[in-house]
Write a protein that binds this ligand. Structure first.
Ligand SMILES: *[C@@H]1O[C@H](CO)[C@@H](O)[C@H](O)[C@H]1NC(C)=O
Ligand SMILES: *[C@@H]1O[C@H](CO)[C@@H](O)[C@H](O)[C@H]1NC(C)=O
Ligand SMILES: *[C@@H]1O[C@H](CO)[C@@H](O)[C@H](O)[C@H]1NC(C)=O
Ligand SMILES: *[C@@H]1O[C@H](CO)[C@@H](O)[C@H](O)[C@H]1NC(C)=O
Ligand SMILES: *[C@@H]1O[C@H](CO)[C@@H](O)[C@H](O)[C@H]1NC(C)=O
Ligand SMILES: *[C@@H]1O[C@H](CO)[C@@H](O)[C@H](O)[C@H]1NC(C)=O
Ligand SMILES: [Zn+2]
Length: 400
């Protein structure tokens, strides 16, 4: 159905051009009778230049749509310029990766063919504007896709070609949608809403010990911590999670006054909006980066309650399969603010149940060979035993 295709692709384009640097942006498009509403959410505050940019491109979009099917060159050019300037940091960092690939895979026949293609397109390769390179990558990708040689190209190189291309793809794609007279009423009356993150700087949390002690007793806790302390990467993560945001000091693992910076994730802000509005028709949420484990759990829960939510990433032409290896449990995550207290309470129970299972499983790994009375004098043996287990360890990251 054309409506769904439009929703999907258009929110992909927007997510790409709105991620200025490292932030995560989520986009939800809602099509009403006479207009399109765009909801944007980010995991950091909207700055003045973000607001300016969004105002500008909204204006260009409206004008392009109003003038359709006539071309409005000025608006199209202004739109392209605004996007190129706004995304320059991200685009340049992607270009650098592509450049590294070209050097690394210098002898590969496809990399060579790209170099030839590029030179032929731009002439003076010394001095090419970033957005032009994006455009050439778009053309090049089209060519190799047509030739069906994708699978023979170094995958890193191909991925970076697509990422660089995504800017020109998005600009052209957005203009094309706006110029389509079929969508005139949607885009000439478009309305944009922005939601910021909910940030709490000193949120009280349970201590590390408090949590672990719910699963194992005092003796085991001591042995468990001895083991942890033998592993720098574990201690580093613990320290990172329990370091006070303001003082930069690590808080006590058994303290009763532990605080934490927490921040709502971009995808969750939009989900909360959809739940508060009670929208159970199908919605697409485009998110610039793969969502974390807690976002996934919460979204799964919402789906079980009848919300028809489809989340996807706009990595252009790139479909990531779901993979536990990349799943992160983010310690700064915050439960979305939904008005329905029953929903809220049940979602919390659902998430905690899943988290408890993970903690339990992890603790079993760490303590399975420990007896209640094991003492310091035979701890070496356990560490040895343990390091073998660690090799077999499974895939997700409990603490970021
Ligand atoms: C927005 O547009 C104005 C002119 O219309 C321009 O001066 C300004 O730089 C633009 N800002 C952004 C962030 O695109
Ligand atoms: C965009 O549309 C507005 C309102 O119709 C108009 O005032 C403005 O001049 C247009 N801008 C351009 C660049 O066409
Ligand atoms: C590119 O720059 C190098 C030196 O910086 C120069 O030797 C070469 O002629 C330049 N190429 C072109 C096409 O201008
Ligand atoms: C690129 O072009 C600009 C002017 O357009 C010039 O100042 C600069 O030196 C050129 N850089 C290279 C590497 O040729
Ligand atoms: C807390 O950390 C976040 C990001 O980690 C940062 O943006 C924020 O400014 C910090 N707040 C304080 C008070 O240090
Ligand atoms: C305590 O340790 C002794 C020897 O070190 C062992 O024989 C005994 O089974 C252990 N007790 C438990 C409960 O594991
Ligand atoms: Zn998340």
């Amino acid at each position: 159905m054309i409506k769904y295709a439009l929703l999907r692709i258009f929110s992909c384009y927007l997510t790409t051009i709105l991620a200025r640097d490292k932030e995560v942006v989520a986009v939800w498009l809602s099509i009403l009778q006479d207009r399109c509403e765009i909801y944007l959410s980010k995991n950091s505050d909207w700055l003045d230049k973000d607001n300016k940019f969004i105002d500008n491109i909204t204006k260009y979009l409206k004008n392009i749509s109003k003038n359709a099917p006539a071309k409005s060159e000025d608006n199209e050019r202004n739109f392209l310029v605004a996007v190129t300037l706004y995304c320059s940091t991200k685009l340049e960092s992607r270009l650098k990766k592509l450049k590294d690939d070209i050097e690394f895979y210098g002898d590969d026949e496809h990399v060579k063919s790209f170099k030839d293609f590029f030179s032929a397109k731009v002439g003076d390769t010394n001095n090419t504007s970033t957005i032009t390179i994006s455009g050439v990558c778009k053309e090049y990708y089209k060519k190799i896709k047509k030739a069906k040689v994708e699978s023979r190209i170094p995958s890193e190189f191909l991925r970076h070609i697509k990422k660089v291309a995504s800017y020109m793809v998005s600009v052209i794609g957005i203009i094309k949608c706006a110029r389509n007279i079929q969508y005139k009423s949607l885009f000439s009356n478009v309305q944009v809403f922005k939601g910021g993150p909910v940030i709490i700087n000193n949120h009280p949390i349970y201590s590390w010990k408090n949590i672990i002690k719910r699963f194992i007793d005092e003796d085991k806790y001591k042995c468990f911590m001895d083991r942890c302390s033998e592993m720098p990467e574990v201690m580093e993560r613990i320290s990172k999670v329990y370091t006070d945001n303001a003082t930069r000091k690590q808080q006590q693992l058994d303290g009763d006054d532990v605080k934490k910076y927490i921040c709502s994730h971009a995808q969750m802000n939009i989900l909360a909006l959809i739940i508060n509005k009670g929208i159970k028709s199908r919605v697409f949420i485009a998110v610039f980066k793969r969502c974390c484990y807690l976002c996934k759990l919460y979204t799964d829960f919402a789906r079980k309650q009848g919300y028809n939510i489809i989340v996807f990433e706009p990595q252009f032409f790139t479909n990531y399969a779901f993979d536990w290896k990349y799943m992160k449990i983010c310690s700064e995550w915050q439960l979305p603010h939904v008005e329905d207290n029953d929903f809220k309470a049940r979602s919390l129970i659902y998430i905690l149940k899943n988290l408890d299972q993970i903690i339990e499983k992890k603790l079993k790994h760490y303590t399975s060979s420990l007896s209640a009375n094991s003492s310091d004098d035979n701890i070496d043996m356990y560490i040895k035993k343990f390091s073998n287990e660690f090799e077999k360890f499974e895939k997700y990251t409990l603490l970021p």
